[in-house]
Write a protein that binds this ligand. Structure first.
Ligand code: AMP
Length: 411
């Protein structure tokens, strides 16, 4: 069971069922591994299912629909796929992506949007295209001029539908959808789903597969990440060791549970640190006092749970320590967003016990890169539950400072 989860998790592009020429295109573009939405959307789209995905730009959604579409449609000069975009810029961006992925095929793509003349667009359409990328207004013009018809559409992509609604395009999009054959595959992307859009989706889609992908947020480049692989019982000693080896003013520590936060806070107080604790079991007054004290410098350290972390605005945090891994990758991004604010420098240090390797991989996938591993002489080997007894002994012995992490010693 565990092995299977890992395999799903590490699913490479080559196992998603894409055609060899499309895979060659993916390699040429330089994508090493599929993003979450790509892993989840590509298989059902290849099966011909309708899809409703809530995902924003930045999650990799373009490839999530472009790659299976290119695999499904063999090039043959009839317009079998229509992709609607709300703006010219998006339409042009998605067209470039399609061309990149399709570079080893003879697939033909036309881009139809306003603000430019009709001549080149008409010429492209007359040559024969397999796929049209368009904004609704210009597409309707072409339909009215009969330079294009939609009778052969097999796959319809409605991208950024909530933005279409904002711009007031929804009536035009509905007219366009009604001109496509009923027997078609429809892929629907919208970051949000207000009622109007839900009704529209219910009308335009048949028995869709639903996928929700959280907003992708970027992480400040000035954050230095470090992962420590530790045994279950080593987190406390590592934390004390790091704090001892560091000259710090303010450290924010995250635990998974409220009880965990209290325990860590108590341990640090026993080691004579000034510590505030912030979690949902504390009264509003206590929480306000903790936060104000941490901001003013009364407390050097604050231990918090994720629930308390959202929306915190503390300008000077230098180190965020993930004593426990967060439940989801979004929370990691949230947590470390507390440091290195406004381009200041910050450290994001993460303790990973053997039971936390899968969540760590989820975070790395969401960030799109492997986080650097920090050196620690007592670190357990990855995926090993075993801590040699002599190392356990050493953790309370006199060698504590030797090999202290480089990251935190730089001040
Ligand atoms: P999108 O959400 O489709 O606008 O994609 C956001 C950015 O992520 C674009 O710059 C893509 O080129 C990039 N991207 C998409 N999929 C991958 C992937 N599997 N690996 C690396 N980068 C990707």
């Amino acid at each position: 069971m565990r092995l299977k989860r890992r395999v799903d998790f590490l699913m490479p592009f080559s196992q998603l069922g894409l055609s060899p020429l499309v895979l060659q295109g993916v390699r040429a573009v330089g994508y090493a591994e599929p993003t979450l939405i790509q892993r989840r959307a590509i298989p059902p789209v290849l099966e011909g299912k309708d899809l409703i995905a809530s995902a924003q730009t930045g999650t990799g959604k373009t490839a999530a629909f472009a790659l299976p579409i290119l695999t499904r449609l063999r090039a043959h000069g009839r317009c079998r796929c229509l992709v609607l975009e709300p703006t010219r810029e998006l339409a042009a961006q998605v067209e470039t992506a399609f061309r990149d992925f399709a570079r080893f095929t003879d697939f033909r793509v036309a881009l139809l949007h306003g603000g430019v003349g009709y001549h080149n667009q008409r010429r492209d359409l007359q040559r024969g295209v397999d796929l049209v990328l368009a904004t609704p207004g210009r597409l309707e013009d072409h339909l009215a001029r009969r330079t294009l018809h939609l009778n052969d559409i097999e796959i319809l992509v409605l991208d950024e539908v909530d933005r279409m609604l904002d711009i007031g395009f929804l009536p035009a999009v509905k007219r366009i959808v009604s001109r496509c054959p009923k027997a078609r595959q429809t892929l629907f992307f919208s970051a949000t789903a207000p009622p109007q859009i839900a009704d529209f989706a219910a009308w335009a889609l048949r028995d869709p597969v639903r996928i929700e992908i959280g907003a992708s947020r970027s992480v400040a480049a000035s954050v230095t990440h470090a992962v420590y692989h530790v045994g279950f019982d080593q987190k406390r000693s590592l934390l004390l060791e790091l704090l001892k080896a560091t000259e710090f003013d303010s450290v924010l520590i995250f635990t998974r549970t409220k009880r965990g936060a209290d325990k860590v806070a108590a341990m640090l107080r026993a080691a004579e640190h000034t510590v505030a604790a912030l979690h949902a079991n504390r009264s509003q007054n206590q929480r306000m006092e903790a936060l104000a004290g941490f901001k003013s410098g009364k407390y050097d350290i604050m231990v918090a749970t994720d629930i308390a972390a959202r929306g915190l605005d503390i300008p000077h945090i230098e180190h965020v320590i993930n004593y426990d891994l967060p439940q989801c990758p979004e929370d990691y991004i949230h947590r470390i967003g507390r440091t290195a604010r406004a381009s200041a420098e910050g450290d994001a240090i993460t303790f990973v016990s053997p039971a936390e390797h899968l969540p760590l991989e989820a975070i790395e996938r969401a960030l799109g890169r492997r986080l650097p591993r920090a050196e620690w002489e007592k670190a357990v080997p990855v995926l090993s539950l075993y801590t040699p007894p002599e190392e356990k002994k050493a953790s309370t012995g006199g060698t504590r400072r030797r090999g202290a992490p480089r990251l935190l010693r730089r001040r």
